[in-house]
Write a protein that binds this ligand. Structure first.
Ligand code: G1P
Ligand code: ZN
Length: 547
């Protein structure tokens, strides 16, 4: 406990045993965070374990329900815990990538970001909190473990009795000797984007009549996209749809994929619709990219970006390598190989990229789950990916579909699909994975669905920077010709288990590049279900979500 804090501001509390942050922070139902002392205990556990006294701290969130209340509480606690300077995004807004940018730019000791990412928001939905370190990235496991351990024994917290800051008023304020700056949530991020991309060329593309549509899904990227795409780059008003952040995201599910970004998909599938479409999630770190009647898989998007990176101002002459999460398709590996660059395969979760980025081993990285990023911040970054694509389109002046066709003709097409079985019981999820793991040794050489298994393993990752080992990261089944089936359980769900099965196959035959992924991967899908005994163990005969 901080001896120097004024004891008059100490509130006694009892520990909650369930404040274990996952890879993306602590995510719970909003009502959990509203329980007396729940948020406070977690935040005090951050102050008790992290050296923030006398330092600069960044604070902001995705604007969901309870964001403003939580910011008021955290600001008062920061003051009582001796933080010297608190930077808060105006209205309490900071997208996750913008928070990462601000932490780095102002050399803050860390940041607290309020978000449950793509989970729905509102009084009956989800809320979340995460701590980012001084490098701007999600706290490493050693830090989240320390916060968790502290939260299990905590008996009280410090909170200043003063009024919370006024979030809508830009400029300086103070609270019990702590300086508060309410900053423009967009300005620093916009400046960074200007350094990376050719805004003039993108502006000319847009000025030439090129039409785009960005779906902010009533979440945090609305103000960012309006400022950057409409005000700075000159796209007409209305280019950004669902652009006002709402506490419940308009009742929607702010996850940029074909299922949830329906308004965008409908617009892009019209014959005379926009030429380019994109969407981002609740806190602005995910992205989906579309061309007219053309869906770009996140795995392909990363590969296309790497193939063009040398022509993008912020990356020219400094592309050193790439990384992808294990279940992400091998498309980027083929580009890296052609460019003679290293390509790292990491476990799922952005934190593994952080070490590689900090050590200067990779420039671009991405996940199949709509996350793409680079060394410009330490989080994945939705709008950055959109600007990267716009820069490519400004250079090339061809359609998204033409870019994809050309890419597949050169590197082959990695057909890819992910089947999710959501809401399984925890027991069924564990049993499916345990049975798969037990069968690993006997699988090579077996034939299923006309496919021969060459190799099978449970992915383990040795971090090339700190030498740490992450074992049991997912079961991989390798079939001939680079085809794969991968299994893992979601680590981000709030109840039960979600089984994810990922299937992919690289096709090089120029006649076979325009197929339907579900058809091209039909045998792998059947094999995936059969090997995992999904129906026998869980009773489910079909996935709940296919992407
Ligand atoms: C999911 C994604 C993963 C991403 C994470 C946080 O995790 O699959 O790539 O890093 O959300 O956005 P999962 O639920 O699969 O553990
Ligand atoms: Zn997110």
């Amino acid at each position: 406990m901080n001896a120097a804090a004024n004891p008059a501001h100490r509130v006694a509390s009892t520990a909650f045993g369930d404040q274990k942050p996952g890879t993306s922070g602590l995510r719970k139902k909003t009502v959990e965070f509203q329980r007396p002392h729940y948020l406070e205990n977690f935040v005090q556990s951050i102050f008790d374990t992290q050296p923030l006294r006398g330092e600069t701290l960044v604070l902001g969130g995705d604007g969901r329900y309870y964001n403003d209340v939580a910011i008021g509480i955290i600001a008062r606690m920061a003051a009582a815990n001796g933080v010297a300077r608190l930077l808060i995004g105006q209205h309490g807004w900071l997208s996750t990538p913008a928070a990462s940018c601000v932490i780095r730019k102002y050399q803050a000791a860390g940041g607290i970001i309020l978000s449950a990412s793509h989970n729905p928001g509102g009084p009956d939905a989800d809320f979340g909190i995460k701590f980012n370190a001084a490098n701007g990235g999600p706290a490493p496991e050693s830090v989240t473990d320390a916060i968790f351990r502290r939260s299990q024994v905590i008996e009280g917290y410090f909170i200043d009795p003063g009024a919370p800051p006024v979030l809508d008023r830009a400029g300086g304020q103070s609270l019990a000797g702590m300086k508060i700056e309410i900053i423009d949530p967009v300005a620093d991020y916009l400046e960074l984007m200007r350094q990376l991309f050719d805004f003039k060329a993108i502006g000319e593309l847009i000025g030439s009549g090129f039409r785009l549509c960005f779906d902010a899904m009533h979440a945090i990227t609305g103000p960012y996209a309006k400022a950057i795409l409409e005000d700075v780059l000159g796209a007409p008003a209305g280019t950004v749809i669902n652009g006002d952040p709402l506490p419940d995201f308009g009742g929607g599910h702010p996850d940029p994929n074909l299922a949830h970004a329906q308004a965008l998909v409908a617009a892009l599938w019209q014959a005379d619709g926009p030429e380019f479409g994109a969407a981002s999630d609740g806190d602005g770190d995910r992205n989906m990219v579309l061309g007219r009647r053309c869906y770009v898989t996140p795995s392909d998007s990363l590969a296309v970006m790497l193939a063009h990176a040398e022509r993008i101002p912020g990356y020219a002459g400094r592309v050193i390598g790439a990384a992808r999460s294990m279940p992400t398709s091998l498309a980027v590996d083929r580009v890296a190989q052609a460019l003679n660059l290293p390509c790292y395969e990491t476990p799922t979760g952005w934190k593994y990229f952080g070490n590689l980025l900090d050590a200067g081993k990779v420039s671009l990285c991405g996940e199949e789950s709509f996350g793409t990023g680079s060394d410009h911040v330490r989080e994945k970054d939705g709008l950055w990916a959109v600007l990267f694509w716009l820069n490519i389109l400004a250079l090339r002046r061809v359609s998204v579909q033409e870019i994809m066709n050309e890419h597949w003709a050169r590197f082959g097409r990695d057909y890819y699909t992910r089947h999710d079985y959501e809401g399984l019981s925890s027991e069924a999820g564990a049993q499916i994975m345990a049975a798969l793991r037990e069968s690993l040794a006997s699988l090579p050489g077996q034939e299923h669905q006309g496919l021969r298994i060459e190799k099978a393993d449970d992915f383990a990752y040795r971090d090339p920077v700190d030498d740490s080992l992450s074992a049991a990261q997912g079961v991989r089944i390798f079939l001939g010709d680079g085809a794969r089936v991968v299994y893992r359980l979601s680590g981000t769900g709030t109840s039960g288990a979600t089984l994810r099965i990922y299937m992919e196959r690289c096709v090089r035959d120029p006649q076979a590049l325009a197929g339907d992924p579900q058809a091209v991967l039909g045998d792998l899908v059947a094999l995936g279900r059969e090997l995992a005994q999904v129906e026998e163990i869980s009773g489910r005969s079909a996935p709940s979500v296919i992407t």
